[in-house]
Design a protein. Structure first.
Length: 457
């Protein structure tokens, strides 16, 4: 396999030298072809993701296909405008000149995708990379094999493999890929694996984006509208069975409303999944993840839920009361349908809890007090957040999406994807009708330049 990958990368180098194939017009044509192909295989995509972990059709349409179509439409509409060189004011010392920033592709891009949103989180960065003139090798997750197969089918129909290629496989395949020299690497996954990826590509000093995760806090203060907060939190947390990197990881509820809010969460979950019907509820991805999460529940105070079925990797939405911070549940991102609930009585308690963890990918605050919400936003460091809802910042392509610190490096979505997958190349266009001699030896005009320098002192 390693030799095949090396040959593929050589062919991609050749592709990048072919101006006709990498022109903006050609890239737009390819994006339109990709959109048509995805549309033709919509039902196959829905079926594949269901086979992988029983994700409901509605969730596939909204969280996978909708996001992908939005990204495609945005690039098709704006790529010509975004790709034009940008004129900037020139420096006095370069007079006469005109200066521009050119947006150029990095080159060969490796995209390593996760299993939790196996289509969207694979295709979306690939769209940005291809649109910006790069070539792409996409490594989908081996834990969602049916989705990986449909991704491979789509890539084979849309792209010459010199431009875009899906390579399937497990950890060994990822290791071989990371050992190659890439011009850019885009990884989405867990923090521990992100560290490994970063270490692997450091030997080549490869520029990269890491979309990771963390323990995302969700704060509910005493002024929050309880009914709305409960619905929006339950939706954001238990969407995709909690297997979402920006899902609320734990709740911090003002002690004055703790009991009332807890009851509202329970009644909301009963409404969402009435009569224990979990038809519209995703299963856990594989046996190992199921065993890990159900193992977390041992010795915890379960407020609601906790039912599970090993045959189908089903774990019901579960609320737990104030687990010890040293428990396995709180030592890492939960990434499943378990929601710990804590109380706080002061902002100092809130701050002590949140800052005990690394900077999260997201933070949510429910409050009708603008001052409180702004205090939260100004006090804590996090990738992105929402006031009075959860996870919805992900769908706005005008907002860059990404983490900070342990939760990630870099960002993407919309124009941010264009900025990620292009390099800004500065060019100064000097004029020849005037050539001021002061910069040339012999340096006989030191006093003149000292006078000029006084303007900047």
């Amino acid at each position: 396999m390693e030799n095949d990958i090396k040959e593929l990368l050589k062919s991609q180098d050749q592709f990048l030298k072919t101006a006709s194939k990498t022109s903006v017009e050609n890239r737009i044509s390819i994006l339109k072809k990709l959109k048509a192909c995805i549309k033709a295989y919509e039902q196959d995509i829905v079926d594949a993701i269901y086979k992988d972990f029983q994700k409901p059709e509605f969730e596939v349409l909204t969280t996978e296909l909708f996001v992908v179509y939005k990204e495609l439409n945005l690039f098709i509409k704006n790529l010509k405008k975004w790709s034009k060189p940008k004129s900037v004011s020139s420096a006095w010392l370069n007079f006469p000149s005109s200066d521009k920033i050119h947006y150029v592709p990095w080159g060969k891009v490796l995209v390593i995708a996760p299993w939790n949103y196996p289509f969207q989180l694979a295709i979306t960065p690939a769209i940005g990379a291809i649109a910006c003139g790069n070539t792409v090798v996409l490594k989908p997750s081996e834990h969602a094999p049916h989705t990986a197969d449909i991704l491979k089918k789509i890539f084979n129909e849309v792209f010459d493999e010199q431009q875009g290629k899906v390579i399937t496989g497990a950890v060994d395949t990822a290791k071989i890929l990371l050992e190659q020299k890439w011009d850019y690497v885009f990884f989405t996954g867990s923090v521990p694996v992100g560290r490994i990826v970063s270490e692997q590509i450091a030997k080549y000093m490869t520029p990269h984006t890491l979309e990771l995760g963390g323990k995302n806090p969700c704060i509910v203060d005493s002024t929050a509208k309880i009914d709305i907060a409960a619905r929006r939190i339950c939706w954001g947390k238990f969407l995709n069975a909690g297997q979402t990197c920006i899902a609320p990881d734990y709740l911090m509820v003002d002690s004055k409303i703790r009991d009332e809010f807890q009851e509202k969460l329970i009644s909301t979950l009963k409404e969402f999944y009435s009569e224990n019907s979990y038809r519209d509820y995703t299963r856990l991805i594989h046996d190992a993840h199921f065993e890990k999460l159900t193992g977390f529940l041992k010795n915890l105070n379960i407020i609601y839920g906790g039912e599970y079925d090993a045959k189908t990797n089903f774990l019901a939405p579960t609320l737990v009361d104030s687990p010890n911070l040293s428990s396995p549940l709180m030592e890492e991102e939960i990434f499943g349908p378990i929601l710990p609930i804590y109380s706080y009585s002061s902002f100092d308690e809130l701050e002590e809890m949140i800052t005990s963890f690394e900077k999260p990918l997201s933070l949510y605050v429910f409050s009708e007090s603008k001052d409180f919400a702004e205090q939260v936003n100004e006090t804590f460091e996090f990738g992105g957040g929402v006031i009075n809802d959860t996870i919805v910042h992900f769908v706005n392509d005008k907002l860059p999406f990404g983490g900070v610190g342990d939760s990630g490096v870099g960002n993407y979505h919309g124009r941010a994807s264009f900025d990620t997958f292009t390099r800004r190349k500065p060019i100064v266009y000097r004029k020849t009708w005037l050539d001021i001699p002061i910069k040339y030896p012999p340096y006989t005009r030191v006093d003149t330049f000292k006078s000029f320098l006084n303007l900047f002192r």
